[in-house]
Every structure is written in structure tokens, then in C-alpha cells.
Ligand binder design. Structure first.
Ligand code: ADP
Ligand code: MG
Length: 449
């Protein structure tokens, strides 16, 4: 900490704060995430996952990890500073003017290359959204915020919890079905749709309708200026059945993207400055001694500590903020204050365990929440496979979303979403063996801390 000077606070959440800092030796700017460490050793391990996973990701399109350390009950993660802000801010600045298709494809391919890198390592990001995608002066895209990311070591490893942002959460989560790499692909589709239309694909006046729109795949078509291929790409990514949804490898092999993929990859080969100079040097140091986690504490059932949790919002009406609203009006603004001013974080949010609620009460809780909250990251506790409380309202109700939400000029319900697709190469994680080296290496590393 003493090696850095705090310049400003650039973000604040339940985890703690994100600080813009400069290194005292070289004056380079970095982002330092200051994460309050929870009390239990299992939860502490969980907090460290973000640093561990970020350190493991070495790709020009992923925010570069610098170092991490612990001091005064806080974990500090120092990473590359992306000086052009996030993709959501960039979309806002357009003020309704659509991006050219070339720009969209340039960004999308870079995000896909980042996702390909993490999926190759069996890591799910679980919170892909325009707010977690950053830009640099050199117009390079960087995927960041690995606070929700997890290694998918077995199909059942995370069956009970999902961390994500409701607007970007795929249908399988709401319908309590297993999830895997294809869930990230859905969120990626939401980002692609946002950069094409400057709006979020699934907008609704209530939580119920938001979830139903996601589950029915109801979204307005892309503006006509975009190519057939871009439209069909969105259509495929928004397939309800994750098995029919393309993987990132399949997307990157599309003929229409090949030129852009080659362009991005060769630019990265020509200028590998996005990669850490000494890949072996960038691992966390010094961690305090921590108690071993009892063997019966399962990762899948422990909460993702420090992340925002569902909370009962102020009572009142269900807000209609998203009806006809662009994503711009409902985004969460980063808190910027100058000169290293410290804003004390107040931990007053209470976790809401969904699995204890009947379906109706779940929707009541949601209805009392400001819909703007759907842009924040949450831990969603899912019922065990035998219980189907989340299935209830969505599973039985096959009606189209209600009239209030269907007022958009043109609604597109894709009939192909349920059509089977034969793409044998497009495997899900579960179908493969887990890369033993990566998982055991990570396990050894976390166990040694
Ligand atoms: P969380 O979403 O969990 O609050 P993030 O890692 O997304 O945490 O960081 C919080 C905020 O800090 C972001 O919304 C963004 O404004 C800023 N931020 C985070 N990482 C970077 C980065 N590498 N470069 C620039 N700004 C960043
Ligand atoms: Mg974030």
C-alpha cells in the first residue's frame, strides 16, 4: 500500500472501493480494488478467488493483473488502469447515434477473444456486462471484474448459487437448470445487442416481465442497417437451450468474423504490450496465515462474500423505469471523488435466500425492488434440483409478457430458438474432462495460503 498514492475513488460497492492510484516509483496509474476481508476463513478464500483468477488470466483483452496483497483486514488487487472508461459509458456518449458495424465487430471479436481465453481455462466469468468491459486510449477492449468468476471443476460445483446481473442472466438460471460456459455466452449476446442498439435487449416494467421476457426470448430486432449475419448471430446467441447456443469457439470460426479475428490477432502479435512482461512474476504476495477451511465446507454452498446480495428494497410501487427506457437511464453511475477521499462503506445489506421462498413471494420481493437494481451484481441462491420453486411462475406460464411490456413497436420472438442444431464440436464444459493441471494448481495455491 505504501508503494502507491491514491488519486481518486473511481467506484464503490459492497466489496469495498476501487481506487485510482499511481505507483511512487514510476508514476504509472493503476486501479486498486480494496476488498474488505470477511471474518470466516472460508469466505476469505472466496474473496481471494478474484485475485487468483485475474492473476491467471494473461491476455491482451483482459485487464492486466499487477499484484495483490493483504493489509489491515483488506485484500488489495492492483491492476491495469483502462483510461477510456467502460463500454456502458461509451454507449451513453453516443446519445442515440448507432455505431458502425465495423466498430461493433472490432469490439465484439476482442471480447470473444477474452472469453475464449477464460473458457479455455475452465473459468466462467458470470458477470459479463458492458459495465465490466473497459476501453483503453489505444481502443483496446479489456474484460475486467473477476469478482464473480469461478472455475467450473465439475458440473455440479455451482449448482446452488449463481452470481450475476439480472439483466444479463440467461433463462437457465431463472428456470433453475444447470449452467455452464453457455451462460456467459448469453450475457455476451446481451452486450453485443447493447452495442448494436444502445439499448438492453430485455426491458420490462416489472421483475416478473423482465424474467419472462428473458425466458421467452422476446426482444426487438436489430436496426435494419446491420447485416444479416449480425442479426443471425444475435438470434443464435439468444437460443433458450444452452446446448443450442454457440460456444465462443464456434462464434470465432464464423466466416463473417474471420477477417476481424485475423486483424485483432495479428495486431496483438505485432504489439504484445497488453501481456505482462514477466508472466511468472505476477502472483500474489504476502498473505497472512489463515485457518484451514474445514473439509466439510463446500465451496458451492458458501456465499460469494462481499458481493451485493438480494435485499428487500424500499417498499412501494414496482418502478416502470425500464419501459421504453434505454439502458442509459437505468445504469448505475460510478462514484467518483477526487484526491483519495475515503467514503466509509456501510454494510447494512442483508442477504435474501431465494430458496426459502415460495414462487409468489419471490416475485413479491422482486416487485418491491427498484428495477435499476437489475444492473447490479447479485448472488442468486438457487434451490436444489429436487425443489422447483423458481420454476413455478416461469415454467407454467406460457403466455406472452403482459400488454404493458409489449408496447414496443416490433417484438421479435424467434421460432428457431428451440430448433435443434447439429454442431458436434460445440461442446459444453460438462462434456469434457476438467483440465487437471489448472484445477489442482489453483487448489494447491489456495490451500497454501
Ligand atoms: P464491482 O463491479 O464489483 O463493483 P469492478 O471491478 O467492476 O467492481 O470495479 C468497480 C468500478 O471501478 C468499475 O465500475 C469501474 O468504474 C472501475 N474500474 C474497475 N476496474 C477498472 C479498470 N481496470 N480500469 C478503469 N476503471 C476500472
Ligand atoms: Mg463490475
Amino acid at each position: 500500500m505504501e508503494n502507491y498514492k491514491v488519486l481518486s475513488v473511481i467506484g464503490e460497492g459492497s466489496f469495498g472501493r476501487a481506487l485510482l492510484v499511481s505507483h511512487l516509483n514510476n508514476a504509472d496509474k493503476y486501479v486498486m480494488k480494496e476488498i474488505r476481508l470477511p471474518k470466516s476463513s472460508a469466505a476469505v478464500k472466496e474473496s481471494r478467488q478474484e485475485a487468483i483468477l485475474l492473476a491467471k488470466m494473461k491476455h491482451p483483452n483482459i485487464v492486466k493483473f499487477q499484484e495483490a496483497f493483504e493489509a489491515d483486514d483488506h485484500l488489495y488487487i492492483v491492476m491495469e488502469y483502462c483510461d477510456r472508461g467502460d463500454l456502458l459509458e461509451t454507449i451513453k456518449l453516443q446519445r442515440g447515434k448507432l455505431f458502425p458495424e465495423h466498430t461493433i465487430l472490432h469490439w465484439f471479436v476482442q471480447i470473444c477473444l477474452a472469453v475464449q481465453h477464460i473458457h479455455e481455462k475452465r473459468v466462467l466469468h458470470r458477470d459479463i456486462k458492458s459495465k465490466n468491459i473497459f476501453l483503453t486510449q489505444r481502443r483496446t477492449i479489456k474484460l475486467g471484474d473477476f469478482g464473480s468468476a469461478r472455475v467450473l471443476s465439475s458440473p455440479m460445483a455451482y449448482a446452488c448459487t449463481y452470481v450475476g446481473t439480472p439483466y444479463y442472466v440467461p433463462p437457465e438460471i431463472w428456470e433453475n437448470l444447470p449452467y455452464n460456459n453457455k451462460s456467459d455466452m448469453w450475457s455476451l449476446g446481451c452486450v453485443l445487442y447493447e452495442i448494436c442498439t444502445l439499448k438492453h435487449p430485455f426491458q420490462a416494467g416489472s421483475w416478473k416481465n423482465l424474467i419472462m421476457k428473458i425466458c421467452h426470448g422476446t426482444y426487438s430486432p436489430l436496426p435494419s442497417q446491420y447485416s444479416y449475419d449480425l442479426r443471425s448471430l444475435i438470434k443464435q446467441i439468444f437460443r433458450k437451450d444452452p446446448r443450442q447456443r454457440p460456444s465462443v469457439n464456434t462464434i470465432l470460426k464464423r466466416r463473417a468474423l474471420l477477417k476481424m479475428v485475423n486483424l485483432c490477432v495479428s495486431a496483438q502479435l505485432d504489439d504484445p504490450s497488453g501481456l505482462p512482461k514477466d508472466e511468472s512474476a505476477s502472483i500474489i504476495h504476502p498473505m497472512k496465515e489463515q485457518q484451514e477451511t474445514p473439509p466439510d465446507v463446500q465451496q458451492s454452498s458458501s456465499p460469494a462474500s462481499g458481493r451485493r446480495q438480494w435485499e428487500k428494497g424500499a417498499t412501494g410501487t414496482v418502478l416502470n423505469v425500464l419501459e421504453n427506457a434505454s439502458i442509459l437511464t437505468s445504469s448505475i453511475k460510478a462514484n467518483r471523488s477526487v484526491g483519495g477521499h475515503v467514503i466509509k462503506y456501510d454494510l447494512k445489506e442483508k442477504r435474501k435466500d431465494w430458496d426459502k421462498e415460495a414462487p409468489e413471494s419471490l416475485l413479491n420481493i422482486l416487485n418491491n425492488l427498484d428495477l435499476c437494481s437489475a444492473f447490479k451484481t447479485y448472488t442468486i441462491y438457487r434451490p436444489k434440483a429436487s425443489e422447483d420453486c423458481l420454476k413455478g411462475p416461469l415454467f407454467n406460464n406460457t403466455k406472452a409478457p403482459d400488454a404493458t411490456d409489449s408496447r414496443e413497436e416490433e417484438i421479435y420472438i424467434d421460432p428457431d430458438r428451440l430448433q435443434p442444431r447439429s454442431d458436434d464440436e460445440d461442446t459444453d464444459f460438462e462434456e469434457d474432462e476438467v483440465d487437471p493441471d489448472w484445477v489442482s494448481e489453483l487448489q494447491q495455491w489456495t490451500d497454501s495460503q
